[in-house]
Design a protein. Structure first.
Length: 318
Protein backbone atom coordinates (compact mmCIF):
# COMPACT_ATOMS: atom_id res chain seq x y z
CA UNK A 1 0.00 0.00 0.00
CA UNK A 2 2.84 2.39 0.90
CA UNK A 3 4.68 1.55 -2.34
CA UNK A 4 1.50 2.26 -4.33
CA UNK A 5 1.02 5.63 -2.58
CA UNK A 6 4.64 6.58 -3.26
CA UNK A 7 4.28 5.71 -6.97
CA UNK A 8 1.05 7.66 -7.14
CA UNK A 9 2.64 10.71 -5.48
CA UNK A 10 5.63 10.44 -7.80
CA UNK A 11 3.37 10.30 -10.87
CA UNK A 12 1.43 13.32 -9.59
CA UNK A 13 4.66 15.29 -9.09
CA UNK A 14 5.89 14.40 -12.58
CA UNK A 15 2.53 15.42 -14.06
CA UNK A 16 2.49 18.76 -12.22
CA UNK A 17 6.11 19.41 -13.19
CA UNK A 18 5.29 18.73 -16.84
CA UNK A 19 2.36 21.16 -16.76
CA UNK A 20 4.49 23.79 -15.01
CA UNK A 21 7.29 23.46 -17.59
CA UNK A 22 4.83 23.65 -20.48
CA UNK A 23 3.25 26.81 -19.07
CA UNK A 24 6.66 28.35 -18.43
CA UNK A 25 7.65 27.61 -22.02
CA UNK A 26 4.39 28.97 -23.43
CA UNK A 27 4.69 32.38 -21.79
CA UNK A 28 7.96 33.41 -23.53
CA UNK A 29 6.50 32.21 -26.83
CA UNK A 30 3.37 34.30 -26.19
CA UNK A 31 5.53 37.36 -25.46
CA UNK A 32 7.55 36.84 -28.65
CA UNK A 33 4.36 36.44 -30.67
CA UNK A 34 3.12 39.68 -29.13
CA UNK A 35 6.25 41.49 -30.29
CA UNK A 36 5.87 39.86 -33.72
CA UNK A 37 2.28 41.10 -33.95
CA UNK A 38 3.50 44.71 -34.00
CA UNK A 39 3.88 44.06 -37.74
CA UNK A 40 1.09 41.46 -37.77
CA UNK A 41 3.46 38.48 -37.81
CA UNK A 42 2.07 35.70 -35.61
CA UNK A 43 5.44 33.99 -35.37
CA UNK A 44 7.71 33.71 -32.34
CA UNK A 45 10.81 33.62 -34.55
CA UNK A 46 9.79 36.92 -36.14
CA UNK A 47 9.37 38.23 -32.60
CA UNK A 48 12.94 37.20 -31.74
CA UNK A 49 14.30 39.06 -34.77
CA UNK A 50 12.23 42.14 -33.98
CA UNK A 51 13.54 42.08 -30.42
CA UNK A 52 17.12 41.52 -31.63
CA UNK A 53 16.77 44.54 -33.89
CA UNK A 54 15.54 46.73 -31.04
CA UNK A 55 18.36 45.61 -28.73
CA UNK A 56 20.89 46.24 -31.53
CA UNK A 57 19.83 49.88 -31.57
CA UNK A 58 19.02 50.38 -27.87
CA UNK A 59 19.14 47.93 -24.97
CA UNK A 60 16.96 50.30 -22.96
CA UNK A 61 14.19 50.27 -25.55
CA UNK A 62 14.61 46.51 -25.86
CA UNK A 63 13.85 46.14 -22.16
CA UNK A 64 10.93 48.57 -22.53
CA UNK A 65 9.51 46.41 -25.34
CA UNK A 66 9.70 43.28 -23.18
CA UNK A 67 8.22 45.06 -20.16
CA UNK A 68 5.33 46.55 -22.13
CA UNK A 69 4.51 43.22 -23.77
CA UNK A 70 4.64 41.29 -20.49
CA UNK A 71 2.45 43.81 -18.65
CA UNK A 72 -0.22 43.98 -21.34
CA UNK A 73 -0.25 40.19 -21.76
CA UNK A 74 -0.46 39.49 -18.02
CA UNK A 75 -3.25 42.07 -17.75
CA UNK A 76 -5.24 40.13 -20.36
CA UNK A 77 -4.61 36.88 -18.47
CA UNK A 78 -5.76 38.39 -15.16
CA UNK A 79 -8.91 39.75 -16.84
CA UNK A 80 -9.57 36.28 -18.29
CA UNK A 81 -9.66 37.39 -21.92
CA UNK A 82 -9.62 34.87 -24.78
CA UNK A 83 -6.76 32.40 -24.27
CA UNK A 84 -6.36 31.95 -28.02
CA UNK A 85 -6.04 35.70 -28.57
CA UNK A 86 -3.55 35.97 -25.72
CA UNK A 87 -1.43 33.07 -27.01
CA UNK A 88 -1.44 34.63 -30.48
CA UNK A 89 0.01 37.82 -29.05
CA UNK A 90 -3.02 39.99 -29.79
CA UNK A 91 -2.95 41.53 -26.31
CA UNK A 92 0.81 42.05 -26.41
CA UNK A 93 1.78 44.22 -29.36
CA UNK A 94 0.07 47.44 -28.29
CA UNK A 95 1.86 47.08 -24.96
CA UNK A 96 5.13 46.59 -26.84
CA UNK A 97 4.71 49.86 -28.71
CA UNK A 98 3.50 51.74 -25.63
CA UNK A 99 6.49 50.57 -23.59
CA UNK A 100 8.96 51.63 -26.27
CA UNK A 101 7.24 54.96 -26.88
CA UNK A 102 7.33 56.10 -23.25
CA UNK A 103 11.09 55.61 -22.94
CA UNK A 104 11.68 56.89 -26.47
CA UNK A 105 10.10 60.27 -25.69
CA UNK A 106 11.09 60.66 -22.03
CA UNK A 107 14.06 60.03 -19.73
CA UNK A 108 13.90 56.95 -17.52
CA UNK A 109 12.52 57.89 -14.11
CA UNK A 110 10.08 56.49 -11.55
CA UNK A 111 7.38 58.64 -13.19
CA UNK A 112 7.99 57.29 -16.70
CA UNK A 113 8.30 53.71 -15.49
CA UNK A 114 4.94 54.13 -13.77
CA UNK A 115 3.53 55.60 -16.98
CA UNK A 116 4.81 52.57 -18.90
CA UNK A 117 3.04 50.18 -16.52
CA UNK A 118 -0.22 52.14 -16.60
CA UNK A 119 -0.06 52.58 -20.39
CA UNK A 120 0.61 48.92 -21.16
CA UNK A 121 -2.29 47.91 -18.91
CA UNK A 122 -4.64 50.47 -20.46
CA UNK A 123 -3.70 49.30 -23.97
CA UNK A 124 -5.14 45.88 -23.12
CA UNK A 125 -8.42 47.37 -21.91
CA UNK A 126 -8.76 49.58 -25.00
CA UNK A 127 -7.87 46.65 -27.26
CA UNK A 128 -10.66 44.57 -25.73
CA UNK A 129 -13.17 47.41 -26.15
CA UNK A 130 -12.26 48.20 -29.78
CA UNK A 131 -12.25 44.54 -30.83
CA UNK A 132 -16.03 44.56 -30.35
CA UNK A 133 -16.46 47.47 -32.77
CA UNK A 134 -13.82 47.34 -35.52
CA UNK A 135 -10.30 46.02 -36.25
CA UNK A 136 -8.20 47.75 -33.56
CA UNK A 137 -4.77 47.45 -35.24
CA UNK A 138 -2.49 49.81 -33.25
CA UNK A 139 -5.27 52.22 -32.25
CA UNK A 140 -5.05 51.26 -28.53
CA UNK A 141 -1.36 52.16 -28.56
CA UNK A 142 -2.04 55.49 -30.27
CA UNK A 143 -4.85 56.49 -27.90
CA UNK A 144 -3.05 55.46 -24.73
CA UNK A 145 0.32 56.89 -25.76
CA UNK A 146 -1.19 60.25 -26.73
CA UNK A 147 -2.83 60.33 -23.29
CA UNK A 148 0.46 59.51 -21.57
CA UNK A 149 2.64 61.87 -23.59
CA UNK A 150 0.41 64.93 -23.24
CA UNK A 151 -0.29 64.17 -19.57
CA UNK A 152 3.44 63.97 -18.83
CA UNK A 153 4.10 67.09 -20.91
CA UNK A 154 1.27 69.33 -19.73
CA UNK A 155 0.47 68.09 -16.22
CA UNK A 156 3.79 66.74 -14.92
CA UNK A 157 5.90 69.12 -17.06
CA UNK A 158 8.38 66.44 -18.10
CA UNK A 159 10.47 67.52 -21.11
CA UNK A 160 10.64 65.45 -24.29
CA UNK A 161 13.95 63.92 -25.25
CA UNK A 162 15.54 65.58 -28.27
CA UNK A 163 15.26 63.60 -31.48
CA UNK A 164 17.82 63.22 -34.24
CA UNK A 165 15.74 65.62 -36.34
CA UNK A 166 16.38 68.41 -33.83
CA UNK A 167 20.14 67.89 -33.76
CA UNK A 168 22.37 69.97 -35.99
CA UNK A 169 23.61 67.31 -38.36
CA UNK A 170 25.20 68.04 -41.73
CA UNK A 171 23.30 66.27 -44.51
CA UNK A 172 24.91 65.73 -47.89
CA UNK A 173 21.70 64.69 -49.63
CA UNK A 174 19.16 61.94 -49.94
CA UNK A 175 20.19 58.61 -48.40
CA UNK A 176 17.72 56.31 -50.13
CA UNK A 177 19.08 52.93 -48.97
CA UNK A 178 19.46 54.14 -45.40
CA UNK A 179 15.95 55.64 -45.44
CA UNK A 180 14.58 52.35 -46.79
CA UNK A 181 15.97 50.39 -43.84
CA UNK A 182 15.03 53.01 -41.28
CA UNK A 183 11.42 53.01 -42.55
CA UNK A 184 11.07 49.49 -41.15
CA UNK A 185 12.87 50.40 -37.93
CA UNK A 186 10.64 53.42 -37.32
CA UNK A 187 7.60 51.14 -36.89
CA UNK A 188 9.07 50.56 -33.41
CA UNK A 189 10.83 53.94 -33.02
CA UNK A 190 14.21 52.58 -34.14
CA UNK A 191 16.09 54.98 -36.40
CA UNK A 192 18.66 52.40 -37.42
CA UNK A 193 19.21 50.84 -40.85
CA UNK A 194 20.49 47.49 -39.55
CA UNK A 195 17.54 47.24 -37.17
CA UNK A 196 15.17 47.95 -40.04
CA UNK A 197 16.73 45.25 -42.21
CA UNK A 198 16.38 42.76 -39.36
CA UNK A 199 12.71 43.71 -39.18
CA UNK A 200 12.36 43.06 -42.92
CA UNK A 201 13.97 39.62 -42.55
CA UNK A 202 11.57 38.88 -39.67
CA UNK A 203 8.60 39.67 -41.90
CA UNK A 204 10.02 37.66 -44.82
CA UNK A 205 10.51 34.57 -42.64
CA UNK A 206 6.84 34.49 -41.76
CA UNK A 207 5.18 35.86 -44.89
CA UNK A 208 6.99 36.59 -48.15
CA UNK A 209 4.04 38.46 -49.68
CA UNK A 210 3.92 40.77 -46.66
CA UNK A 211 7.63 41.46 -47.11
CA UNK A 212 7.26 42.31 -50.81
CA UNK A 213 4.36 44.68 -50.18
CA UNK A 214 6.24 46.22 -47.23
CA UNK A 215 9.24 46.99 -49.44
CA UNK A 216 6.94 48.55 -52.03
CA UNK A 217 5.32 50.64 -49.29
CA UNK A 218 8.65 51.89 -47.94
CA UNK A 219 9.69 53.09 -51.41
CA UNK A 220 6.32 54.64 -52.32
CA UNK A 221 5.96 56.35 -48.93
CA UNK A 222 9.45 57.85 -49.29
CA UNK A 223 8.66 59.01 -52.85
CA UNK A 224 5.43 60.73 -51.75
CA UNK A 225 7.30 62.52 -48.96
CA UNK A 226 9.87 63.68 -51.49
CA UNK A 227 7.12 64.94 -53.84
CA UNK A 228 5.64 66.92 -50.93
CA UNK A 229 9.08 68.49 -50.34
CA UNK A 230 9.52 67.00 -46.87
CA UNK A 231 12.88 67.90 -45.24
CA UNK A 232 15.85 65.66 -45.98
CA UNK A 233 16.16 64.86 -42.27
CA UNK A 234 12.60 63.51 -42.26
CA UNK A 235 13.09 61.49 -45.44
CA UNK A 236 16.44 60.04 -44.41
CA UNK A 237 15.11 59.12 -40.95
CA UNK A 238 12.52 56.82 -42.53
CA UNK A 239 9.57 58.78 -41.16
CA UNK A 240 7.68 58.69 -44.47
CA UNK A 241 7.70 54.91 -44.72
CA UNK A 242 6.65 53.26 -41.47
CA UNK A 243 2.91 54.03 -41.60
CA UNK A 244 2.88 52.99 -45.25
CA UNK A 245 4.54 49.67 -44.36
CA UNK A 246 1.90 48.88 -41.76
CA UNK A 247 -0.87 49.70 -44.26
CA UNK A 248 0.64 47.37 -46.84
CA UNK A 249 0.95 44.46 -44.42
CA UNK A 250 -2.52 44.95 -42.90
CA UNK A 251 -4.18 44.98 -46.34
CA UNK A 252 -1.92 42.41 -47.98
CA UNK A 253 -3.63 39.91 -50.27
CA UNK A 254 -3.17 37.90 -53.45
CA UNK A 255 -5.93 39.52 -55.52
CA UNK A 256 -5.14 42.16 -58.15
CA UNK A 257 -7.38 44.67 -56.43
CA UNK A 258 -5.36 44.32 -53.24
CA UNK A 259 -2.49 46.12 -54.94
CA UNK A 260 -4.79 49.06 -55.71
CA UNK A 261 -6.20 49.21 -52.18
CA UNK A 262 -2.72 49.01 -50.69
CA UNK A 263 -1.44 51.77 -52.96
CA UNK A 264 -4.36 54.02 -52.00
CA UNK A 265 -3.77 53.31 -48.30
CA UNK A 266 -0.06 54.11 -48.64
CA UNK A 267 -0.79 57.43 -50.35
CA UNK A 268 -3.50 58.34 -47.83
CA UNK A 269 -1.44 57.37 -44.76
CA UNK A 270 1.60 59.31 -45.99
CA UNK A 271 -0.45 62.43 -46.72
CA UNK A 272 -2.08 62.15 -43.28
CA UNK A 273 1.36 61.68 -41.71
CA UNK A 274 2.64 64.85 -43.37
CA UNK A 275 -0.49 66.82 -42.47
CA UNK A 276 -0.59 65.78 -38.82
CA UNK A 277 3.14 66.35 -38.36
CA UNK A 278 2.83 69.89 -39.70
CA UNK A 279 0.23 70.69 -37.02
CA UNK A 280 2.74 69.67 -34.35
CA UNK A 281 0.92 66.48 -33.35
CA UNK A 282 3.08 63.46 -32.53
CA UNK A 283 1.70 61.19 -35.25
CA UNK A 284 2.74 57.75 -33.98
CA UNK A 285 0.85 55.17 -36.12
CA UNK A 286 -2.39 57.18 -36.27
CA UNK A 287 -2.07 57.76 -40.06
CA UNK A 288 -1.86 54.01 -40.62
CA UNK A 289 -4.90 53.30 -38.45
CA UNK A 290 -7.03 56.04 -40.02
CA UNK A 291 -6.03 55.20 -43.60
CA UNK A 292 -6.62 51.47 -43.13
CA UNK A 293 -10.02 51.98 -41.49
CA UNK A 294 -11.05 54.25 -44.38
CA UNK A 295 -9.88 51.79 -47.06
CA UNK A 296 -11.61 48.87 -45.32
CA UNK A 297 -14.83 50.87 -45.10
CA UNK A 298 -14.66 51.70 -48.83
CA UNK A 299 -13.86 48.08 -49.67
CA UNK A 300 -16.83 46.81 -47.66
CA UNK A 301 -19.19 49.30 -49.26
CA UNK A 302 -17.87 48.41 -52.70
CA UNK A 303 -18.33 44.69 -52.01
CA UNK A 304 -21.86 45.15 -50.65
CA UNK A 305 -22.90 47.25 -53.67
CA UNK A 306 -21.56 44.56 -56.00
CA UNK A 307 -23.54 41.93 -54.11
CA UNK A 308 -26.71 44.00 -54.38
CA UNK A 309 -26.25 44.55 -58.12
CA UNK A 310 -25.57 40.85 -58.76
CA UNK A 311 -28.69 39.95 -56.76
CA UNK A 312 -30.74 42.42 -58.79
CA UNK A 313 -29.43 40.93 -62.04
CA UNK A 314 -30.44 37.46 -60.88
CA UNK A 315 -33.94 38.67 -60.08
CA UNK A 316 -34.27 40.27 -63.52
CA UNK A 317 -33.19 37.05 -65.22
CA UNK A 318 -35.91 35.04 -63.44
Amino acid sequence: MKIYCRKKNLCTLVFLKTIFVQKCMKFPETILRGIGQVMFQNNWLSGILFLAGIFYNSWMLGLAAIAGTCISTISAQILNYSKVDIQNGLYGFNGTLTGIAVLCFFEVSPMTVGALIVGATLSTLVMRFLKKILPPFTAPFVMVTWLLIYSLLLLVKLPLLSSSLEKDVAIAGLEILSAFGKSFGQVMFQENTVTGLLFLVAIFINNQLNAVYAMYAAILGWAIGWLFSEPLTTLNAGLMGYNAILCAIALSGKNRMDFLWISLAIILSTVLNIGLARTGIITLTAPFVAATWIILMVKNRNASSKNRSSAANKLQSL
